[in-house]
Design a protein around this ligand. Structure first.
Ligand code: UFG
Length: 327
């Protein structure tokens, strides 16, 4: 198949591109390299550097390439940044997706899979979280992702486009080859920050709050390996190709780990004492986020295979040791 991957030079996008190419698909990447990395672009993918907000640019790519489906990752994704600069998120995530969809409709490309997020739910009404639960985002990042889902829904009603929104929980880990991994600047995610301590780049890890109503007082998250996420995208494209209707799926392991458990596991994996210090709560952090992925397992036939936290952290550690400053 010929698949367009906007955002294919980013953390999650680059892992999906790798799986697609390994499966024999033809991949066309577009990326403005604002947060993506030139080194993460697969050598066998066709690469166009440019911005999805530029309609002429997107049209030119779709004129030249015969695209059958789109897997869309081109978005900003930092919760904290979205709180201080919400309009950046409305511009890139929403306006960018609007331009991409317009161009897809004009070119008769009618299938899209895209990265949504657990942040669409906001404070969960119950655990584990189901796709039918209330969606009340507590930050502009989640709000724009939810609006992207709605934009696709109504574009589908009007123009026959079908979409799959994949609501990721906490994406983590790195490719088994050690060639692809997480490289954000600034880094805000727990596992890469923890690993900066044994890598000699940070003295201690801060624990944001230990007075939550959880077993050890620290926040609980559902950590899902990026390779498992990649498999879900491949299954979602197949689902749309086989005529599946527009749909939304949670992607997580269904198991929660506290911040302290993640740090303890990283100590075992790295053999480093990793000092930790208690810091104030970070605004907007729900106490517990755990997915029910029963629907993705039932409808897509998805089965996460790298749920073991030690394995997840070991894969991230292999990447960060070899690439302490990213690509
Ligand atoms: N944390 C710390 N110390 C740190 C960094 C994080 O204690 O130095 C804690 C956070 O407070 C949180 C947990 O570790 O409880 C995980 O934090 P991350 O920043 O790694 O991930 P989030 O759960 O905040 O965010 C993730 C994705 C977002 C997505 C969100 C959905 O990164 O894109 O889940 O709620 F929106």
């Amino acid at each position: 198949m010929r698949i367009l991957v906007p955002g294919g030079a980013g953390y999650i996008g680059s892992h999906i591109v790798r799986e697609l190419i390994d499966a024999g698909d033809l991949v066309v990447i577009i990326d403005n390299l604002e947060t993506g990395h030139r080194e993460a672009v697969h050598p066998k993918a066709k690469f166009y550097q440019g911005d999805i907000r530029n309609r002429d640019f997107v049209d030119r790519v779709l004129d030249q390439e015969k695209i059958e489906a789109v897997i869309h990752f081109a978005a900003n994704s930092l919760v904290g940044e979205s709180m201080v600069n919400p309009l950046k998120y409305y511009d890139n995530n929403l306006y960018g997706t609007k331009v991409l969809l317009e161009s897809m409709v004009a070119h008769g490309v009618d299938k899209i899979v895209f990265s949504s997020t657990a942040a669409t739910y906001g404070e969960p009404e119950s655990i584990p979280i189901l796709e039918t639960d209330r969606t009340e985002p507590t930050n502009p990042y989640g709000e724009t992702k939810l609006a992207m889902e709605k934009m696709m829904k109504w574009t589908g009603v009007a123009h026959g486009l079908r979409y799959v929104a994949l609501r990721y929980f906490n994406a983590c880990g790195a490719h088994e080859s050690g060639e692809l991994g997480e490289a954000h600047n600034p880094e805000t995610h727990l596992i890469p920050l923890i690993l900066q301590v044994p890598n000699g780049q940070r003295k201690a890890i801060s624990i944001y709050g230990e007075d939550y109503h959880t077993k050890d007082g620290t926040c609980v998250r559902d950590y899902i390996h990026v390779t498992d996420l990649a498999q879900a995208h491949i299954l979602a494209v197949k689902y749309l190709m086989e005529g599946g209707e527009s749909n939304v799926f949670n992607l997580g392991n269904g198991v929660g780990f506290t911040v302290k458990e993640v740090i303890e596991t990283a100590r075992r994996v790295t053999g480093h004492p990793i000092p930790a210090e208690i810091a104030p709560r970070r605004g907007g952090d729900p106490a517990r986020l755990i997915a029910s992925s029963e629907k993705a397992q039932r409808v897509l036939g998805w089965k996460p295979e790298h749920g073991d936290l030690e394995e997840i952290i070991a894969s991230a550690w292999k990447w960060h040791q070899a690439h302490p400053n990213g690509y």
